[in-house]
Design a protein around this ligand. Structure first.
Ligand code: FES
Length: 333
């Protein structure tokens, strides 16, 4: 029974591993083709935000009436300087951020307007389509599944369905995407099995898959060592005659076979193939043959055959040695 259990596990694990290997192969070939591809559909353009400080009087940052932040930086938006007060410093840029902006020349709190967002998006786009009205959207965002901060979105009705996502506070471009980029993202997700969008290699699904691969190897090793029928040493040398009565012919066939071969293998060597979906692993139960009623029965046969079938001498060809089942009826009755 252990052998049958192992064979079943091995079969399903092999299917799982094979499917993922197929995905790796397909997506790997896709990435490989990308490297040689001249098919670049991006309409992305760099936006120059930086301006000039000389001649401008910066407002003293200590004089700004706001709770003390954990970090202060000077950021530029469309040529104007702003103080950015950070109230947290997340590990990744897409984690939730708590920030405020102040005009660096007046010290007044500042909020970007939809018109300024539209202007930045227009500068970031080199195509011919016109952008939609900017919309401030909240996570979850389909094009940026990991993003936890609200973003401005501007869509362009071009042939690539381009969309630009901009920081809610500064208006800086976070992502410029289109249908080609979306397909690339899907390929990456499949390749790295990152269906939850964690962005890491070491996620639970990879660990489960690695464990499944180890189990596949272990069950394969077990089946290699214990998977075949035990071969009685005493019978190993002398060939025996396997007599096969075919329902379709009057004359039986007599084959010289090794007594240590299974009926399934012995027949296969003489080009007689028994029905099978598992190639003799004992999991499909299809390779039925008619032996004599007193032929020994093993656990695998008990699992696949009814008591009535066993009593009438039906056995599995991959579980019987030719030395124990020398008279066959095909097909079985
Ligand atoms: S059980 Fe599948 S070939 Fe015997």
């Amino acid at each position: 029974m252990m052998r049958l259990l192992m064979a079943n596990w091995h079969k399903w694990l092999a299917l799982l591993v094979f499917m993922q290997l197929l995905i790796w192969l397909t997506t790997g070939l896709y990435f490989n083709s990308l490297m040689d591809s001249a098919d670049n559909v991006t309409t992305e353009r760099l936006v120059q935000h930086e301006g000039y400080l000389p001649g401008r009087q910066l407002y003293p940052v200590q004089a700004i009436a706001a709770p003390p932040p954990v970090a202060i930086s000077l950021v530029w938006v469309l040529g104007s300087p702003y103080y950015q007060f950070d109230y947290n410093q997340p590990l990744h840029d897409y984690y939730l951020k708590q920030r405020r902006l102040f005009n660096a020349t007046t010290g007044v709190p500042w909020q970007i307007s939809p018109e300024q967002i539209a202007k930045i998006a227009e500068q970031a786009y080199s195509g011919r389509a016109t952008g939609s009205k900017p919309v401030l959207i909240s996570p979850p965002i389909d094009d940026l599944p990991r993003q936890q901060n609200p973003l401005w979105q501007v869509r362009f009705a071009d042939e690539y369905s381009t969309a630009i996502y901009l920081d809610a506070l500064t208006g800086h471009v976070i992502k410029h995407t289109n249908d080609r980029q979306r397909f690339d993202d899907l390929m990456f997700t499949l390749h790295f099995m990152d269906y939850s969008g964690s962005g890491f290699f070491n996620h639970p699904l990879i660990i489960v898959f690695a464990t499944a691969t180890c189990l596949l190897s272990l069950s394969g090793g077990y089946l290699l060592i214990f998977g075949s029928r035990q071969r009685p040493a005493a019978q190993s040398a002398t060939p025996v005659t396997l007599t096969i009565n075919f329902a379709s012919t009057a004359e039986p066939a007599r084959l010289e076979v090794r007594p240590t071969d299974t009926v399934f293998n012995a027949l296969s060597k003489h080009n007689i193939e028994l029905p099978s979906e598992c190639g003799g692993a004992g999991t499909c139960g299809k390779c039925r043959v008619q032996c004599s009623a007193d032929t020994p029965v093993n656990d695998v046969e008990h699992y696949h055959l009814s008591e009535q079938q066993l009593a009438s001498g039906i056995r599995l060809g991959c579980q019987q040695l030719t030395g124990t089942c020398q008279q066959l009826q095909l097909p079985y009755r």
